[in-house]
Design a protein around this ligand. Structure first.
Ligand SMILES: Cc1cc2nc3c(=O)[nH]c(=O)nc-3n(C[C@H](O)[C@H](O)[C@H](O)COP(=O)(O)OP(=O)(O)OC[C@H]3O[C@@H](n4cnc5c(N)ncnc54)[C@H](O)[C@@H]3O)c2cc1C
Length: 414
């Protein structure tokens, strides 16, 4: 298979699919190349993603402010995308960020700085409430939070289904706006006289004026970058705990920093019940082991995926849920592997790698913000220079020395 496009987008996850649809909406000829979700992980080989799940928070309760802004710009277009494609990808929820009244610090403390969360939301004109411990108990009487914990609540937040978001973006890109989609893995990009030649594992190749790498947390392991991005990458574990149905637990979606005696007992996401593709309902918990498993190579990623995630996290998840809902019995729990990455700037990278190549990555908030990151990336790919009112400096990629890797980065911090 051969072809010539204005832009080829590598990676059909949330950011790649959003980039493709914004490019196609601007009348560009676009090819998006990326594998579909594998049917299982037990014998998995090859690339993996951060979006293979049913629930991601979509709200403005974020730090830094620019993350909230990217999320808000995306969320404002959700209704239009849904109407255009017929794909519903959000359900309304209260998003509740719960933290000690006086947090003891630690690596996740920034995400739970109540003053900043509230200030960011108010800067964007989004209404949020601050709840003291008594108000928190009263607002969510079925849930028992750690004593002395307080909250910030956004009542018009959403749980976003990232698989369905990808379906919607790809539907908009391909059916309405004429983009092509090929289910393959890109193994090489190289300069050609008329732009960039992109070659896939199947042997197919295409050329384009520009290529966008939207390859997610695994970007450093693809072999498609000339030097390593400063972007630590980790194997994250999601624990799914079976419940009887959507109304089995009366709880909001929450970010929860739980500290006891100035020690962090849990820091992560507890998602209200969601239905998964097996037809069952689960509460999803993703906690403290988020940054425990550094992954630098495709082989390490494959080996991690095949483990299915850290089994020890099941105990932590059940302990958190039993504390939140004392006396309640929970069904069987299982783990799923996920990829996550971080940038030292705590912002996405949206930047030129060279004059023909654009990189777009956001490992921690890239579902809720994907549509806007995709729009910004599309603009950069079309014009070859930055056009937005947010200065490009905010999204500049940072690069490591040759040989830089997550394991070394982690060791240097310990
Ligand atoms: C446990 C957990 C909880 C999270 N919670 C939230 C949340 O509440 N809210 C939120 O907004 N975000 C959340 N995130 C982050 C969010 O899921 C990611 O930021 C998002 O998935 C990033 O999208 P992406 O398209 O950049 O990357 P990915 O989702 O990783 O997709 C990248 C795609 O590129 C493909 N690819 C890779 N290499 C190649 C190649 N060589 N050729 C072709 N294709 C390739 C992959 O197959 C994949 O489909 C969470 C992540 C985790 C792990």
């Amino acid at each position: 298979m051969q072809g010539q496009y204005d832009v080829i987008v590598v990676g059909a996850g949330p950011i790649g699919s959003a980039t493709a649809r914004h490019l196609a909406d601007r009348g560009r000829s676009v090819l998006v190349v990326g594998p579909d979700e594998p049917s299982g992980f037990e014998d998995h080989r090859g690339v993996w993603a951060g979006y293979y799940d049913e629930g991601r928070l979509a709200h403005v309760l974020e730090v830094p402010l620019v993350t909230s802004l990217l999320a808000m710009r995306s969320i404002r277009r959700f209704a239009e995308l849904r109407e255009r494609t017929g794909v519903t990808f959000t359900v309304p929820t209260h998003s509740v960020s719960v933290m000690p009244e006086a947090p003891a610090g630690g690596s996740s403390a920034d995400w739970f700085d109540r003053g900043i969360l509230v200030a960011n939301a108010r800067d964007l004109g989004v209404e949020v409430s601050e709840l003291d411990a008594a108000e928190l108990r009263e607002a969510y009487p079925s849930v028992t939070f750690e004593p002395g914990h307080v909250a910030v609540v956004q009542r018009d937040a959403a749980i976003l289904n990232p698989r369905r978001l990808v379906r919607a973006e790809l539907a908009a890109a391909t059916s309405a706006a004429g983009a092509d989609l090929v289910r393959d893995e890109v193994v090489r990009t190289e300069r050609a006289h008329d732009g960039v030649r992109v070659t896939a594992r199947s042997g197919a190749s295409w050329t384009a004026g520009r290529v966008v790498l939207a390859t997610g947390a695994a970007s450093n392991a693809t072999g498609l970058l000339p030097r390593p991005l400063l972007m630590p990458t980790f194997g994250a574990t999601v624990v799914l705990v079976a419940v009887d149905g959507p109304d089995a637990l009366d709880m909001p979606a929450m970010m929860y920093l739980k500290q006891r005696d100035a020690r962090t007992v849990f820091g992560g996401i507890v998602m209200s019940p969601l239905r998964y593709p097996d037809g069952e309902w689960y509460v999803k918990v993703s906690g403290r082991s988020l940054l425990d498993t550094p992954l630098d190579t495709a082989e390490e990623i494959g080996a991690w995926v095949r483990t299915g995630g850290r089994q020890e996290d099941i105990g932590e998840a059940l302990a958190v849920l039993r504390d939140l809902m004392p006396g309640r019995e929970f069904g069987p729990a299982r783990t799923r592997p996920c990829l996550v990455s971080a940038t030292p700037t705590e912002r996405p990278y949206i930047d030129l790698v060279d004059e023909r190549t654009v990189i777009a990555v956001e490992g921690e908030r890239g579902a809720m913000a994907a549509d806007e990151i995709g729009r910004l990336t599309a603009e950069l790919a079309v014009h070859g220079r930055w056009k937005d009112s947010i200065p490009h400096e905010v999204f500049r990629a940072q690069w490591g020395e040759p040989g830089w890797n997550t394991a070394g980065w982690l060791a240097s911090r310990r």
